[in-house]
Design a protein around this ligand. Sequence first.
Ligand code: NAD
Length: 257
Amino acid sequence: MLQGKKIIVTGTASGIGAATAALLSQQGAEVIGVDIQRPAQFKGQFVQADLSRQDSIDALVAALPQGLNGLANIAGLPPTRPAPAVLRVNLVGLKYLSTQLLPKLADGAAIVNLASLAGLGWADAKDTILAADGLGFDEVDAFCQQHGIEGARSYFFSKEALIAWTLQNRWTWRARGIRMNAVSPGPVDTPILQDFIETLGARAEEDMRTMDRPGTPADIAPVVAFLLSDASGWIRGTNIPTDGGMYANVLCQMNGL
Ligand code: NAD
């Protein structure tokens, strides 16, 4: 399905990124992994980079080859980490890497952003999202203070803004056939699941009771692979909840179904 495609996957040292890199390789892609930590075992090329820093992303982009067919933006920090750090990795660094990489993407390439169910309320944060447009790495601390983004709110905001950015870019690179989509998992059993449970407390317990089970990285990786493949060629600016029915449950409750 991905035979001959050269694809960058960030966050490959753990969880969803590691599972996605493995699946893409199985499907015939040549994967170049990126993470701040070196993965214990990794098939393919790996470039170490800190996606919270502009200089590190610049060095990464310079090290990558031309003619890339895909970018899976999976690296992310959980809500228990300091708010500015979460915003730098999950939003500012992700956007910077994606736009800096455009000249090295082949026509027809696909970009997939790992968002979250935590971002589905993006419309309520529209003004802050618009204020974050073009936010630079050095401006993040002041932005968080100015907009009251502290604690776990940073994670929610990073994912809200990421979904909005994905929608906004539905046609930005259409002339080159470059597509951007997002995947929004519900709770997935990876090292950061505990961070979400800690952050959300009783609400997480209630959410988990409605689920048959938490997701696994293997539930998410095939959706990312599909969005990177030519089979999804007419899917643009979409966000796909991948969550065992959790978002449908929220919608039914909200709308009395
Ligand atoms: P994880 O902690 O297992 O993996 C995240 C990876 O990102 C790690 O390998 C980490 O080293 C890397 N990373 C963190 N900061 C980095 C930086 N500055 N530079 C480069 N790499 C960095 O977590 P996961 O659950 O696999 O999460 C992957 C993505 O899925 C994240 O964006 C997360 O927000 C999203 N997500 C996870 C869940 C869940 O329940 N696990 C739910 C919804 C969305």
